[in-house]
Unconditional design. Structure first.
Length: 436
């Protein structure tokens, strides 16, 4: 079967679904709202990379290091001593993505309904703070203001506008004469929607806290975290990774949910391998930290291949996002691609987003089993370029060549789905240009 035939079949099956989903006002508002936050995600990611230089000081002898390694060591020392200062831009951008998303989604949905955009955005933001970051003794918890609160932010952004719209539909607003300043009319007519939102949404939160001892975001996270204790094998690990990626497609930070299980498993088994190497033996534990690194090669969904395809796209939108996302993607940060493409609620890209990590992890497992690569026995630093991680985890250049091969695998899997999606994006851009 030719590649053109495959693309035509994918286009015939997925394009109508994608078009229907893309034109649904709530999903369109989620996509547009997340696009509004994209610049903050990209810039915030850069500072996270700066705070995590690609070097493990435990593996380098300063007395014999060359100039470049000494530079990296100095950079690492400076980053450790000033980590909080360096990551402040990240904390105030990507670290507040939940807050920003609540505002932007409500803003976009209100625009769809021809309602007051700014006021609805402010109402959603206020409700989000009440539910996700209730102040106590003058301090405000940050746990759910970022990606961990994203799912709740989406819900609040949509529901708050629908509640305000319900109030308006019942004619419960004051009609002012034209002589009254618009600011005054907005002020008066915003009070009842805000009060109704507080009663409904914050009221639900109070009931959950009173009955279960946790607020809405805590309940969501606890409900999403599976009781998976048997993941120390290929099939259990694949199930865990797939679960996390499905959550990403729904707008939930799936990596943060599966991270405690996957990372703890990886660290423990990497330690076992390290003990074997210290005794002069070969590392034999295949479910090591390297497996988790492969599962998030280029970020969740192994989107490094998609990023490279987007960077060369004919679509202006996809090319812009792809080029912005290349450097963060190399370091495993792919929120720009997930929210900028978008992959969230996008059936066209959701399929390879789930399939690619399954293929990559399976290939890595058997490559270790048959001795093509060395199982990881070192804990490599996070947010380091993937090829550096591959070497530091095993001190074996074969592992570097292998992960570069996995990038090619990622490109190959994403390619047919990307081409169909690119075709639809080009049609949208042409229609916008003709109207303009």
């Amino acid at each position: 079967m030719s590649s053109n035939t495959i693309l035509e079949k994918l286009d015939k099956v997925l394009s109508p679904i994608g078009a229907k989903i893309g034109n649904q006002r709530h999903l369109k508002s989620i996509s547009a709202g997340m696009m509004m936050t994209l610049p903050l995600i990209v810039i915030g990611s850069i500072f996270l990379i700066l705070a995590n230089p690609p070097i493990n000081p435990d593996l380098v002898d300063p007395s014999s290091a060359n100039v470049f390694m000494k530079f990296l060591l100095s950079w690492k020392e400076f980053a450790v001593e000033n980590y909080a200062v360096i990551t402040t831009p990240y904390d105030m951008t990507m670290g507040l993505i939940g807050v920003l998303t609540a505002f932007s989604i409500a803003y976009c949905l209100a625009s769809e309904y021809k309602m007051n955009k700014s006021m609805n955005g402010l109402i959603a933001t206020s409700i989000f703070f009440m539910i996700c970051a209730p102040s106590s003794e003058g301090s405000m918890p940050m746990s759910f203001l970022g990606a961990d609160g994203l799912f709740v932010a989406i819900l609040i952004g949509l529901l708050s506008v629908e509640i305000s719209r319900f109030v308006e539909s019942k004619g419960l607003q004051v009609k002012f004469p034209d002589t009254v300043p618009p600011a005054v009319a907005t002020f008066v007519n915003s009070m009842l929607p805000l009060l109704t939102n507080i009663i409904v949404l914050y009221g639900i939160n109070i009931l959950i806290v009173a009955n279960f001892g946790m607020n809405i975001p805590q309940a969501v996270m606890q409900g999403l975290t599976p009781a998976l204790s048997i993941v120390d094998n290929l099939w259990g690990f694949l199930a865990l990774i797939t679960f996390g990626n499905i959550l990403w497609i729904l707008g939930v930070n799936g990596t943060s949910i599966i991270f405690p299980i996957a990372f703890a498993l990886g660290i423990a088994n990497t330690g076992v391998n390290a003990d074997l190497v210290a005794k002069g033996l070969e590392p034999t534990n295949f479910m090591n930290l390297q497996m988790f690194r492969i599962a998030i090669l280029g970020g969740a969904g192994n989107t490094i291949g998609l990023t490279l395809l987007m960077a060369k796209s004919k679509s202006v939108h996809l090319k812009s996002v792809g080029r912005l996302a290349v450097v963060p993607g190399i370091c495993g940060i792919n929120e720009p691609v997930i929210f900028g493409s978008p992959i969230v609620f996008n059936p066209m890209l959701a399929i390879p987003f789930i399939i690619t990590p399954i293929v990559s992890v399976t290939l890595t497992y058997f490559a270790q089993v048959f001795g093509f690569i060395t199982p990881g026995f070192m804990v490599d630093p996070s947010f380091t370029p993937f090829f550096v991680q591959a070497y530091l985890s095993s001190m074996d250049f074969k592992n570097v060549l292998f992960v570069l091969g996995l990038v090619a695998v990622s490109v190959a899997i994403y390619y047919p789905f990307f081409k169909v999606y690119e075709k639809n994006m080009l049609k949208q851009e042409e229609s916008v240009s003709s109207v303009a």
